[in-house]
Design a protein around this ligand. Structure first.
Ligand code: ZN
Length: 152
């Protein structure tokens, strides 16, 4: 069961990548495209070659973080979250809407309610997250900044 699920997630993940989720690399230990590109850059490009790509481009602060650089991904999910026909409620406070949904390195998906209660949602996985989240457009240095940006 576990491996079937992983294989399915892998296939869907590759599909998602092709659709533009280049940041969502499957495994943290895979070299990022940026690193791979840098590895192919000559150590000492000829100075006369104005078109040479140097390792300093793009500047580090403009690079999108690779998957291994982040703890996970997060998005806001305002409407009720229906999984297998059931509306999910917070086991601690009972709310059923306005979640922050996390997708972590290990492909686990967690829900965080407005009150800050967090619970793992075994009915969802990384493939679901990738299907339902938009492109990664922002990197938050801390969880708190991410929550603030998402309105929690
Ligand atoms: Zn709660």
């Amino acid at each position: 069961m576990f491996f079937r699920r992983r294989a399915r997630a892998n296939r869907e993940f590759r599909k998602a990548q092709q659709e533009g989720f280049a940041l969502l690399q499957r495994l943290a230990q895979e070299p990022s495209p940026i690193d791979a590109a840098q590895a192919e850059v000559p150590a000492a490009p000829a100075k006369s070659d104005a078109e040479a790509i140097t390792p300093d481009f793009p500047p580090a602060d403009l690079r999108a973080p690779s998957r291994r650089d982040v703890d996970g991904f997060m998005m806001r999910w305002v409407q009720p979250l229906v999984i297998d026909g059931e509306v999910r409620t917070c086991p601690q406070c009972g709310v059923y809407r306005d979640w922050i949904v996390f997708c972590m390195h290990d492909d686990s998906v967690w829900l965080r309610c407005r009150a800050g209660h967090e619970v793992r949602e075994s009915g969802l996985d990384a493939a679901w997250y990738n299907r339902n989240s938009g492109p990664v457009d922002r990197y938050h240095p801390t969880l708190e900044e991410g929550l603030r940006h998402l309105g929690h």
